[in-house]
Structures are given as structure tokens and as C-alpha cells.
Design a protein around this ligand. Structure first.
Ligand SMILES: [Zn+2]
Length: 85
């Protein structure tokens, strides 16, 4: 049967959305339609993706450690912005 993604599933799926199957993709989109928190979250991830692409274009020799650090910092700030559920 159709099982809705939970908010936790969404946060996991957002990080590897390229790996989602067709059915999961639909599930994901439906959840974003009805859940404002996850919409905000997914949008934040998208923005990060764009920013990373920009940064990587400008500086090709960014160490993976620094990228991970930056990623964690941005994810933390998004979590704070979303507040406690
Ligand atoms: Zn949600």
C-alpha cells in the first residue's frame, strides 16, 4: 500500500534525492506539497547545492574536509532556523 514518507524520511531522502526511485520521488513530492517544514528544508538543501556549485566553480581546489565542515555548518543553521518540531 501507499506509505507516506515521514518528515524523517524526507530529510534523509533530500540528501540523496538522485537515488530515489520513481515511486519514492512521487512520495517525496507529495510530502513536500502538504508539509511546509519539509518544503523549507528541501529548499534550503537546494540553495546549498547551488552555493556549493558556485564555490566549486570559483575555487577548484577546495579540500573535502573544508566542504564537509561548511556543509555541517549550513545544515546546523537550517535546523536551527526550522526550530524544534
Ligand atoms: Zn514533513
Amino acid at each position: 500500500m501507499f506509505k507516506m514518507f515521514s518528515c524523517k524520511d524526507i530529510s534523509k531522502a533530500t540528501c540523496h534525492s538522485d537515488d530515489l526511485g520513481l515511486f519514492e520521488r512521487i512520495n517525496y513530492k507529495v510530502h513536500l506539497l502538504i508539509c511546509g517544514n519539509c518544503r523549507k528544508y528541501a529548499h534550503g538543501i537546494e540553495v546549498i547545492g547551488e552555493k556549493f556549485t558556485e564555490v566549486l566553480k570559483k575555487r577548484r581546489k577546495v579540500s573535502p574536509e573544508k566542504v564537509t565542515q561548511l556543509e555541517n555548518r549550513i545544515l546546523d543553521s537550517i535546523k536551527k532556523n526550522n526550530g524544534n518540531e
